[in-house]
Design a protein. Structure first.
Ligand SMILES: [Zn+2]
Ligand SMILES: [Zn+2]
Length: 147
């Protein structure tokens, strides 16, 4: 009786952890980016819920930027800024407020991040020129690279 009636072992569900999950969402947001030079996405998270998302692109009613050489983008609003503009921060959040970025935020975005409740920034790709790593760190924001 035992063999065939034994409860089968549950099928294990493979699923991403929280950090991987939110980074995947940031990468999906990046796919909406309109800058032909680089697509960037950002997600703001409180209590393991998304409270804001953004991707980079020209401001509303302005034509998408086009690049014919590897010059810095002049017109795009960065993903982090868009995520912050549309974020609805919950004052009663029990955990740290986090931002997941496909790329290390630049210096300008980092200044803005420091003036929000965000205390942890996760990123995947290094943003070479003008990265805000040192500024964030000096301002007390914890930085974690998601491999
Ligand atoms: Zn551009
Ligand atoms: Zn930026």
């Amino acid at each position: 009786m035992t063999g065939s009636w034994a409860t089968p072992a549950p099928t294990e569900v493979k699923r991403p952890g929280w950090d991987e999950y939110f980074m995947l969402l940031a990468e999906q947001a990046a796919k909406r980016g309109t800058c032909s030079r680089l697509q960037v996405g950002a997600v703001v998270v409180q209590n393991n819920r998304v409270v804001g998302t953004g991707y980079n692109g020209a401001p509303q009613n302005i034509p998408h930027c086009e690049h014919y050489e590897d010059a810095p983008c002049e017109i795009s609003v960065h993903a982090e800024v868009n995520a912050l503009l549309y974020a609805r921060f919950d004052e009663g959040a029990w955990g740290p407020t986090k931002m997941y970025c496909t790329h290390m935020p630049c210096f300008e975005c980092s200044k803005l991040i420091l003036n929000t409740p965000i205390t942890i920034v996760y990123y995947r790709e290094w943003y070479g020129r003008n990265a805000g790593h040192d500024l964030l760190s000096t301002g007390g924001v914890h930085i974690v690279r998601v491999p």
